[in-house]
Design a protein around this ligand. Sequence first.
Ligand code: 6PG
Length: 265
Amino acid sequence: MPQSLKIEYIVVPDTDALAVRAAQHFVEVTEAAVAARGRARIAISGGSTPKAAFKLLADPAQPWRARMPWQKLELFWVDERCVPPDHPDSNYRMTREALLDQVPLAAVQVHRMEGELEPDVAAARYESFLRNAFRLEGAETPRFDLIALGMGPDGHTASLFPHTAALEEVGRLVVANHVQNKDAWRITLTWPVINQGASVFFLIGGTDKAQVLSEVFTGPRDTDRLPSQLISPASGILTLILDKASAALLPATDGSGRGVFEREE
Ligand code: 6PG
């Protein structure tokens, strides 16, 4: 973990602009990964915020679909709910409806977490898949080219919820995590895996996130209460793509809607 983390944030006016800026970020980082390494392995989160960006990526009337190097892309998930892939709560289903059904990604390029399985089995299978896909040896960690995160009003990210067992897991790549206050099981990448991402960003919007966002990024360290504070990329840089409402309590941005500050780790 770096001694201090450089947090770069981009603030856009509203929800629609947030989806556009997120689509642009997905394409730009993917293009850069393909140019540098010939491929792009991306891990995406679920929830509601990314859905609009996925729809823009799929929309032939938008510039993003034509720019995205789909044939060089492999899609993974940051986390999944322990439900079947056609369940209304499934992150995979949301992504299939908003993106996958409309873009030229072959099934072999799309690696969903098997939420329909018993949680520990699903986690172990995904971990095994990652070890093979990234040709990992021993204690090596997969290095995704891009990891897209969201943040809940409780400060969770991925399925790393406050006061849950997964926050303590540093040896595994993927774990099942029981979320008491949802009485639900989740599958999630562990935070050390997320921190190995070459490029990691949070996509956050809405007034209801302003207070927790400020606490996470500018407040005292309290990772058990604010698991998003565990995200401290080894690269030393974390990007936030925010709308004005969610960024309301952060230091003002410059004229171009950009800001940067350091957080001691
Ligand atoms: C999930 C996500 C989760 C999400 C946050 C924010 O499975 O729900 O991975 O971590 O990113 O809950 O969700 P919203 O974008 O809906 O606010």
